[in-house]
Design a protein around this ligand. Structure first.
Ligand SMILES: Nc1ncnc2c1ncn2[C@@H]1O[C@H](COP(=O)(O)OP(=O)(O)O)[C@@H](O)[C@H]1O
Ligand SMILES: [Mg+2]
Length: 220
């Protein structure tokens, strides 16, 4: 479902962020990605929606080489993924409801039941009835749940999150981790980076560990 084959990523200035990374994630897996700061976690995750392209090697999603998708294929790929990346900020001048609606209104064929889907996504993350509020009035943990609702409103089969529990109090972090584990229970393939693997230990995730751009651990 997600395949990295000898993926190298060099940033301008010749900095090697990923130095030949290979792994395969199967449908329905829960995978926790860890590694020191600067190890390449965000770089790896951003290659799945083709935000970053490999310098060498191949990334395949459901058999498709993402670097060959082109201008029509990439939006289609991104709609099939739920993304909670560090740059996926909320719009603070829009309501919680509008934030979650965003992926639906920008698609070519907005679903007729969009409002119902938004309500269901908010319900799913424990924010039912809070759609009319502004993000700034919510706690950090609640804002993160809005970002997660926005990521799942298209009902993706793959959910990718980059340190979604960072900057949260331990109790909130545990709630967010539980949410990802419940999505995985419902059949969603989940790949999440974290500095605190213990948050996910209850579900015995597969552990991938990056060190200086190399895969130095794979519990599978
Ligand atoms: N856009 C970029 N341009 C140049 N270097 C980058 C860029 N993004 C990340 N890097 C570098 O690549 C390395 C890996 O970064 P990153 O993937 O963000 O690691 P992590 O998420 O594990 O902290 C770091 O040394 C970082 O400075
Ligand atoms: Mg990072």
């Amino acid at each position: 479902m997600i395949l990295f084959d000898q993926v190298v990523k060099r940033y301008p200035g010749d900095y090697t962020a990923l130095a030949g990374v290979s792994f395969e994630i199967r449908h329905g897996e829960l995978v926790v990605l860890s590694g020191h700061s600067g190890a390449g976690k965000s770089t790896l995750l951003k290659m799945i929606p083709a935000i970053e392209q490999p310098t060498r090697g191949v990334v395949r999603i459901n058999g498709q080489d993402v670097s060959r998708l082109g201008d029509t294929g990439i939006p289609y790929l991104r709609r099939s993924l739920g993304l909670v990346l560090q740059e996926s900020r909320l719009l603070y001048d829009r309501s919680v409801f509008d934030n979650v609606m965003l992926p639906l209104v920008i698609s070519v064929h907005p679903p007729r039941d969009a409002a119902r889907r938004v309500a269901a996504a908010l319900e799913r993350v424990g924010l039912g009835g809070r759609g009319g509020e502004l993000p700034a009035g919510l706690s950090g943990g609640e804002q993160q749940r809005v970002a997660i609702a926005r990521a799942i409103v298209n009902r993706p089969s793959i959910l990718i999150a980059d340190e979604p529990t960072a900057h949260l109090d331990p109790a909130y972090a545990a709630e967010i981790a539980n949410l990802f584990m419940s999505f995985n229970d419902a059949g969603v393939t989940v790949l999440v980076s974290t500095h605190d693997e213990r948050l996910f230990a209850a579900h015995r995730p597969r552990r991938l560990v990056l060190g200086k751009g190399r895969l130095i651990g794979d519990s599978r």
